[in-house]
Each structure stands twice: as structure tokens, then as C-alpha cells.
Design a protein around this ligand. Sequence first.
Ligand code: BES
Ligand code: MN
Ligand code: ZN
Length: 497
Amino acid sequence: MPQVTTVIGDALATERDAVLLGVFEDDGRWTGTLAKTDKALNGQLRKLREWGEVKGKLGEVTVVHSLGLLPPRRLVLFGLGKSSELDAEAVRRAVGNAVKTLNQIGVRHAALVPPETNRLTLPDLARAITEATLLASYRYSKKSSDDGKPSLERLELIATSRRSASEMGTGVQLGTVMAEATNFARDLVNAPPMELTPTALAEQAKAVAEKRGLDCEIYDERWIEEVGMGALRAVSLGSDQPPRFIVLRYEGKAGAPTIGLVGKGITFDSGGLCLKTAEGMLEMKGDMAGAAAVIAAMDAIAQLQPAINVLGCVPATENMPGGRAFKPGDILRTYSGKTVEVINTDAEGRLILADAISYAKEKGASPILDAATLTGAAIIALGPICTGAFGNDEQLVREIVEVGKQVGEPIWAMPMFADYRELLKSDFADIKNTGGRPGGAITAAWFIGEFVGETPWVHLDIAPTFWSDKDRHYFSKGATGVATRTFIQFVLNRAKG
Ligand code: BES
Ligand code: MN
Ligand code: ZN
């Protein structure tokens, strides 16, 4: 992974593989480094603009060789869009595209001149640039044919004073932690299911805890049965892989509230006896994306040391159709004591979340946030663009939507009219585990809500966003690490009060 640092100096005076310069769509004046560069290149840069080759459109990248006229070998002009519309996400997308180009052409050492703008503070600007650089350089590669390393080794952000360097430095630090956590979550999600079993996921959590000094408890199948987590246990029965219940605890301030983070940890979802199709199973190694977000967020939180407490809970199991598998018609006793009639074994996520949320409640966590690749219905409703938010507290849902905006993880609030709960009425138990196809994402949320009670709670259905089918700005095909940054930022904001 490249390292992002800040340096004070003149970007044009040092030999590097490339210097990155931002270009606005609506600003033809070109002052500062852009003007100096153009002058050194005898006005050839301006020509590119006149000819329409450089428009400054968001995401545009143009590589220009300096051909010996300047110490840096290349100038990489990256479009920032309209200066009046610049925000952290625009910076991330613009820099993300530029960094992908650097990695394609084999650039190792580069400098970036931060664009002049009053729409972002210097720390926020540096943070967005750093996040984009690290997220865009990510690759999951276990192919023997390539070494899987990005070429970029160092990106230096050019500062003009000690003061601006130190302000940017704060942003670089935070951006590095945010992006590294996101990339860690992506690694967990991209890992093949025969490697990332519930046991292996628990070992990953344990490793984080040991590295960062978090309390960590890994509970096994015996404990799960003995304490009465009947829903988690039922889902695990069809698999030869034993389940785990993973608890991570961060204590940042005695007496402060404890935020509960819960993540769905199905390391492979075959659907169980209600077996999925081959196509339907393809991305189901990523059915632990919520768990990955929780574990990665705890890793970041432990580094950032906010003055608040956080409890991370991950129920982890496979959902398989083995001979002992739970069946449609089974009635499960959950950790809360409530009973569930199983209609469909493929609606397993809500079952394991029910037990985990009851546990978080018992430990006094409030509010509780959960992330889960819960329903295909959320994908149908929202497409691949945003996460769905559901909850029992409109204020909290609004807060989460705002946090999502802040970190560039778009979230949309979904309706939770009480009448949806009717669809889960069971003749044989307190509740049934599916409410039919119409409104499937909402009834799934209501199912979880049944176990939440009065505790303020938000459920993030990340089925639409946990996976990217193609390269998109700072993401490549595969896991996105979604919810990691929302979780971290929510905790940071709450700690600041
Ligand atoms: N893990 C799936 C949901 C999912 C599907 C996530 C595609 C990401 C991509 C979940 O366990 C599931 O199978 N849900 C069912 C629920 C249904 C049986 C009520 C679904 O959405 O079809
Ligand atoms: Mn399922
Ligand atoms: Zn699932």
C-alpha cells in the first residue's frame, strides 16, 4: 500500500515520477502551480485546455510528459468538476481515478498539489485525498500470476507552510485509518469461504483485539447452545463448520454510553435447505460484510481512541443444507425467549441478528447499529447505489444518513409503518421469519426490530452496496467495505457530543 505524507516545498522543483494537479471545469484562470507548470512547458498545458482535451470534468485524467522541461517526469491533470460543487466525495472520486492511472502506468513516487478551495477545510481535503489514494490502490489478489501490489509507493501532499502541513497531517492520519479499515473489511469479504470460516473470522477479530488492546471474547458452539442462542444455533446446524459468537469491546471513557455495533456474519449462505440457485450463491461468501464492517470499525476505533465505549457483536456461522440442518416448520427459541416459526431457511440473517442484538441489549448497549447483507429486496428497491436504513427512532436514522454523507457511503431511509409488522404474524410462534416478497427488506427490518424493543436502533441493509460489479471511481470490482466508515464516523461524532 502507498504511504501518504505531507511535505513543504515546491512540487515542480523535485524529481518525481509524477505531480498531480487538480483542474476545475469552470475555472480557466489557472493560478499557482498550474500556471507555473504551464509556463515551464511554454504554454502547452493551456493548449490542451483550448483544444478541449482537458475539460476539468470530474473523474477526467490526463497524463502529460514533461520531456525534460521540468524535474517531475509527468504531470497528471485530474478533473475536479465545478468548483462550486466540490465536496469530499468529489475529491475522493477525482483522486481515486488519478491514482488508478498512476498504478496502471507504474508510477512509484508522486506528489499532489491540493486544489485551492474554500468548500473544504484543509484536514478534510487531505483526509479525502488520502482515503481515495488508499482505497483506489486496493486489490485483492491471490492469483499466482501477479504479485497483487499497486505500483504507487509514496504520495506526498504539497504544503506551503508548517501550519498547513500540520493541518493536512491530521487529515492524512485520519484518512489513513479510515481507508485501511475499509480495505481490511474488503479483504475479509473478498476472502474465499473455504478460508474465511466462522472460526477464521473469530481469529481475525482476536488478532485485531491483540494488536490494538481491545477486550475480546470468542464463544463456541457449546456456549451458544448453553446460553440459549437458539436462532444462531439453528442456522449453524446444517454446517460442518462450528459457529462462533464474537464480542469485541472498546472502553474509551468510564461512565460514557456504550454504542452497540452488530454485524451479520454468515461466512457462506447457501440458503440452507431452501437452497439458492448457483447464480444466487455467487456472492454469498460476502454474506459476512456486516461482520467485516464491525470488526474493521473496532480496529479503527481502537486506534483513534474516542472518549466513548463501543461493543461489537458478531454472530458467525455458515448457512448450509446438511443432514442436521434446521427446516421450514421448525420453531426456534431465541436468546430473548421469543419463539420464531421458520418459513424459509434462507432468511437466516435476521435469525442470527436477533440473538446478537438481544445480547448487545443485555450488555446495556444503546444505541444499537447493525449492518447486514440482509435482503435481495433491498437491492431491488435501491439498486447498487445506496444502503437502506431502517429503525425505530427517526432522529437516529437521520443522524446515520448524515454520517453516510460525511464519509461518502450513501444511505437512504426506508419506511417503517407499523402495519408491516402484521405480515410477520405466526400461528405457531411469536413471529415468523419471512413476510413474503413484497416489502421484503422492510419486513426483514421489522423482524429484527421485534428483538430490539425500546433501545434506539438503526439497521443498515447493505445488500445493495457491499459488492461492486465493476470498477467505479475509487472502488474496484468486488467488496466495497461499506458501513465501516459510517460506523467509525458515527462513533467519532458521538464521542465529540
Ligand atoms: N444473504 C441473503 C440476501 C442477499 C442476497 C444479500 C443477494 C446480498 C445479495 C439473505 O440471507 C437472503 O437469502 N435473503 C432472502 C430472504 C427471503 C428468503 C425472505 C432474499 O432476499 O431472497
Ligand atoms: Mn439467506
Ligand atoms: Zn444471507
